[in-house]
Design a protein around this ligand. Sequence first.
Ligand SMILES: Cc1cc2nc3c(=O)[nH]c(=O)nc-3n(C[C@H](O)[C@H](O)[C@H](O)COP(=O)(O)OP(=O)(O)OC[C@H]3O[C@@H](n4cnc5c(N)ncnc54)[C@H](O)[C@@H]3O)c2cc1C
Length: 625
Amino acid sequence: MNIACIGGGPAGLYLGILVKRSAPEHDVVVYERNRPADTFGFGVVFSDATLGHLAAADPESHEQITAEFARWDDIEIHVGGEVLRSTGHGFCGLERRKLLEILQTRAKALGVRVEFEREIKSLSEISADVVVACDGVASWVRDTLAPELKPHVEVRSNKFVWLGCTVPYGAFTFIFKETPHGLFRVHAYRYHDEGSTFIVECREDTWRAAGLAEATEDQTVAILERIFAAELAGHHLIKNRSIWRNFPTVRCGKWHAGNVVLVGDAAHTAHFSIGSGTKLAMEDAIALRDELLRSPLAGDIPAALAAYEARRRPEVEALQAAAQASLEWFEGTERYLRMAPVELTYSLMTRSLRVSHASVAKRDPHLARGVEKLLAATVGIAVDPPPPPTALPFALGPHRTPSRIAVAAAPGDEAPVAMGAAAAAGAGLVVTPTLTPQALATDIAAAGWSRMIEDVHSKGALVAVKLGTVGNVGASDAMSAAIQRAGIAGFDLLILDPGEDVTATEALPATLEVARALWRATAGSPAPRWIGAVVHDKPAARAAVVGHTAQLVRAGADIVWVSSRGDGSARLPAAPLADRLRNELRVATCVVGDDALLPDLDAAVAAGRADLVLVDRMPAGARRA
Ligand SMILES: Cc1cc2nc3c(=O)[nH]c(=O)nc-3n(C[C@H](O)[C@H](O)[C@H](O)COP(=O)(O)OP(=O)(O)OC[C@H]3O[C@@H](n4cnc5c(N)ncnc54)[C@H](O)[C@@H]3O)c2cc1C
């Protein structure tokens, strides 16, 4: 088999190494447009988990790579003049140049033909059984085959520049620096004894205000050295093709077409804040080697390429979901600056939604306890050890839910019984299925709900009624009557849900305003009862969803119920939007978690993403404080 790789980055070189190591009879050529020592960037980070895969795939290069590692366990956060340290995170890094040097030498030794200074400009230049496009984030191969591969490149809003510095940081270091121009974020990590990678990121308005839009590379270095003079303490920044860029998130509908296959950044990117691009590229190479060598006897290369994609896609998409949550955190860091340092640290540590409260407690018990104590204090609880985040009460209007867990009943006749059972199991709030006004059309129907409410109250929980809104009629007569009966029946919270109805969604702020007046005018409560609305996430139109929610808040919503369909690749997919709404609009949020696990729900509450979490059933281990 002849394999031609376009691009001699980690993906192309590692694939060559793995194929020749397992099956030297195959011919592998790597075309690289640059010279051997030309490279961009400074250090790359690996997590401990990645290393196991590399050790199994090629022990020789693994040994050389790990021998070069700078290792660190701690994460240090510089914010508001304070420096916080979180422990137990296990990372290592090395210079990108060194990594490429190791891979180039190993590839050569195994008989991979690496042709430097050879830029491939057209697929017609190559004749091979398999053409591997590992030409990086700006892959022209991907663009050429766009009709089949269906690439989607989303250019993110923040500006960033990849620099080095002469400070050998002892920990993975995040610096959040407020300036008159706005907030700068730094991601810095050591890659050898005398230096660290120093990535600077900021919003575009900050970048312009600081004069960086028109700055040359040298001027960028000078401006940033002035801004970070205190953190650099006399050390210098180092440039290397340090051009300001916007991060492009690359996704493709398909990774192969005919005998051409995409690998590494050409197929997918993951934001640098989770430091996984090189790992993904090298793990792609492992899977592609396995599948190519499994099937050539059958001669079915397209089948091998399809098997490679099927094997890699779930992991890549899960990592991209984590990277998306992480990049959104960094795009909106300004909104977290009002948090107490311990809460901000916790929010940062759990930003990718892959680190649960249980993992924080394991890695850094001090941080987990710190945030638990802080949260408990906000509701007047001072016991030691503090209760877990979801076990704490929450002030919902005039009442307190005894825990942060809300349980939604499934539709059907059994709903009232299920709600009583959820309250008995320790839920803080139980929620009706989405009701039409007909479900509260008569006093007899309301009396039925009233009995359920009494039962739930006797078990210490509160009760929410969720009413579906239809079209743009606002609070129609039937709706008005239903709201009044719900109030008289004794529900503690009214939630309006427009479902997927576009007109009802657009009309929701107006509907809510009318409904709120009716709800508050209903007798039977010592203080105004809360009203809320359901907001469905649309990641592609996030700004519009935030704008819509702002209207709901202006119309008087006390809480928003945030739901997201997700695509199965993220845990708690509604959490990033809930986070943004809670911290930007300062409105209480309930994140819809369906069947999420308790440690993820605890993290959502502890990180200040949600006040309540809504699930289908009480998660194992959940309790009230
Ligand atoms: C700021 C920043 C920080 C990062 N930090 C980390 C980190 O800490 N850890 C981590 O794991 N990842 C990190 N990454 C991501 C990482 O750099 C990439 O994911 C990784 O390099 C992907 O490897 P690759 O082989 O797919 O592509 P690349 O490394 O981009 O290699 C592609 C190669 O193809 C060559 N090429 C392109 N076109 C042609 C052509 N037409 N003909 C011949 N050759 C061609 C290029 O010269 C290049 O050598 C970071 C990325 C950025 C932007």
